[in-house]
Ligand binder design. Structure first.
Ligand SMILES: [Zn+2]
Length: 155
């Protein structure tokens, strides 16, 4: 299995994007180039969301395979350690990190939490980097602007 994404898969990412959009959350960027390349980010508010694949991030909802137990164990521990490093780095850079396990993407609690956090975070700078005086409700999203190149996620 080459190039397995350790983050939530593309469809869960899209699902969360739709939920947030439906809840009126706007102005997020996808794969913003800061530590860990968050799946969603509000650069102006310095809020980053990661959708974490349950297996790869050691969510309690998944059991490790019985075979090669040690291998999986150390692999997943490495991933978790990397998550912590990313969170720490973002924290040091003034970011607030939200990690959503794949299995909780569709829960109302998750969306409510995201909304609460976004609303409570002051807007430090514009969320756009277009240089225009755009407002927070800007509808410019990653879908209609050039994508930053996709970074290898599972290095
Ligand atoms: Zn899970």
């Amino acid at each position: 299995m080459a190039a397995v994404r350790s983050r939530g898969n593309r469809s869960t990412e899209i699902a969360l994007g739709k939920l947030m959009w439906g809840a009126g959350l706007r102005g997020y960027r996808k794969h913003w180039p800061v530590a860990g390349t968050p799946d969603f980010a509000w650069p102006g508010r310095k809020v980053a969301i990661f959708v974490d694949g349950c297996f790869w991030h050691g969510c309690a909802c998944k059991k490790l395979p019985e075979t090669n137990r040690k291998f999986w164990d150390s692999k997943i521990r490495q991933n978790q350690a990397r998550d912590r490093r990313v969170d720490l780095q973002l924290c040091q850079d003034g970011w607030l990190t939200i990690r959503v396990p794949e299995c909780e993407v569709n829960s109302h609690r998750t969306l409510a939490r995201i909304i609460r956090i976004i609303k409570s975070r002051p807007q430090y700078t514009e969320d756009t980097n277009t240089g225009t005086a755009s407002k927070q409700e800007s509808e410019i999203t990653a879908e209609n602007r050039p994508q930053p190149s996709l970074v290898a996620r599972n290095g």
